[in-house]
Design a binder for this molecule. Structure first.
Ligand code: KG4
Ligand code: ZN
Length: 356
């Protein structure tokens, strides 16, 4: 099956042309083309600006499609992200997909963005695979699984009962963890997106003049998170430091804050994940979304969760697939089509707060 997948839920305009053939060995997959364009226009605004995202998607979709379709056959199906995400941005992808569907006379299938993130772990590293061909085993990961989805828009713990059957068991009550990374970065005077900047800065921390930040909801008897108070604690701390230092934050304090913020976020993500893994007795654990690129968080989760789950059953996406991309939408779309081969999706709508 030849799939053209389109992802425009936020500030990445992404298209992937993936072919998947079901064989005895597994799902033989070939990435014919895969392009992710990150909109740099948002840097000036310090965050994603929906009207700019929409304009840039509209400009870039046809340009990327031309490159993707060069020397390729018309695909069998188009898969498009319909939520969750920014509605004006989602509509760009959906409208574009529907027009192509009519032009090529092929079906268009809506795909859940968060399911895409979960299934992003089924692709091996894009740098390591030869001829961009890989096999997804028939036995994907042990079920049920717990998935921790950490991105700029979401922080969720999901019980994966089966591929296509998900239950959100916990989520953030305010800011997403990636959003908190971005806001803390802004407080420290670092550019957007803040996650990678905080991560780099934290590496400079040498143990001198440590700072203390809270661990929000660490002991709450649920699987929920809260990151807004952590960000505010950073703001108060920075204001105090500035008052004592002629409005300047010393570099050593910046790296101490970045380090402590990461440690705090990692600790609560770990505690809730571990509780979920134990409570549901799951044998596999998946981490996905932009923040899953964070080396510290990755390390903490891998090390501590492996006390309960075999390390081979703990999954992170390849670093090139932690952020938004269309390959994950193609993979998730394939599984959705296999489960419901006869469903025709006539009325695809963008749903900003779409759940599973
Ligand atoms: O999944 P994603 O690309 O987009 C959304 O669906 O939100 O996630 C983007 C988020 C941003 O908040 C960004 O700061 C964060 O992921 N991020 C990181 C790192 N790389 C990206 N956060 C922490 N450490 C990183 N290395
Ligand atoms: Zn995402």
């Amino acid at each position: 099956m030849k799939i053209l997948a389109i992802e425009t839920s936020c500030d990445e305009t992404a298209i992937c042309y993936l072919e998947i053939n079901n064989t005895e060995k597994g799902l033989e997959s070939t990435i014919h083309n895969n392009i992710t364009h990150t909109q740099l226009e948002h840097i000036a605004y310090g965050g994603v600006f929906p009207a700019v995202a929409k304009r840039e998607h509209q400009i870039n979709l046809p340009i990327i499609l031309d490159k993707i379709m060069h020397n390729q056959d018309i695909p069998d199906v188009i898969c498009v992200t319909n939520g969750p995400g920014l509605e004006p941005a989602l509509w760009c992808g959906i409208t574009f997909a529907q027009e192509l569907g009519v032009k090529w006379n092929i079906p268009v299938v809506p795909v859940n963005h968060m399911e895409g993130h979960i299934l992003s772990i089924l692709s091996p590293s894009l740098n390591s695979i030869e001829n961009l061909t890989f096999t997804i085993p028939h036995q994907t990961f042990l079920l049920p699984a717990i998935a921790l989805l950490i991105s700029g828009g979401h922080t969720e713990l999901v019980l994966v009962k089966d591929i296509g059957d998900y239950e959100i068991i916990g989520k953030t009550r305010d800011d997403a963890v990636g959003e908190a990374f971005d806001k803390v970065a802004r407080i420290l005077g670092l550019p957007y997106p803040g996650g990678p900047e905080i991560s780099k800065l934290a590496e400079n921390f040498n143990g001198n003049n440590p700072v203390e930040l809270p661990r929000p909801m660490l002991h709450s008897k649920d699987y929920d998170f809260s990151f807004s108070g952590l960000k505010t604690a950073v703001l108060y701390l920075v204001n105090d430091v500035k008052k004592d230092n002629n409005d300047i934050i010393p570099e050593s304090t910046k790296s101490a804050i970045a380090h402590e913020f990461q440690v705090s976020a990692g600790e609560v993500l770990l505690k809730k994940s571990l509780t979920a893994v134990k409570d549901f007795g799951t044998q596999s654990f998946i981490v996905a979304g932009g923040v899953s690129a964070n080396t510290h968080i990755k390390q903490v989760l891998r090390e501590k969760i492996s006390d309960y789950i075999d390390i081979d059953n703990i999954y992170f996406p390849d670093n090139g697939l932690t952020g938004d991309n269309a390959l994950m939408i193609a993979i998730a779309g394939y599984f959705k089509i296999q489960k419901n081969p006869d469903v025709i999706y006539n009325d695809i709508k963008a749903v900003g707060n779409l759940s599973f």
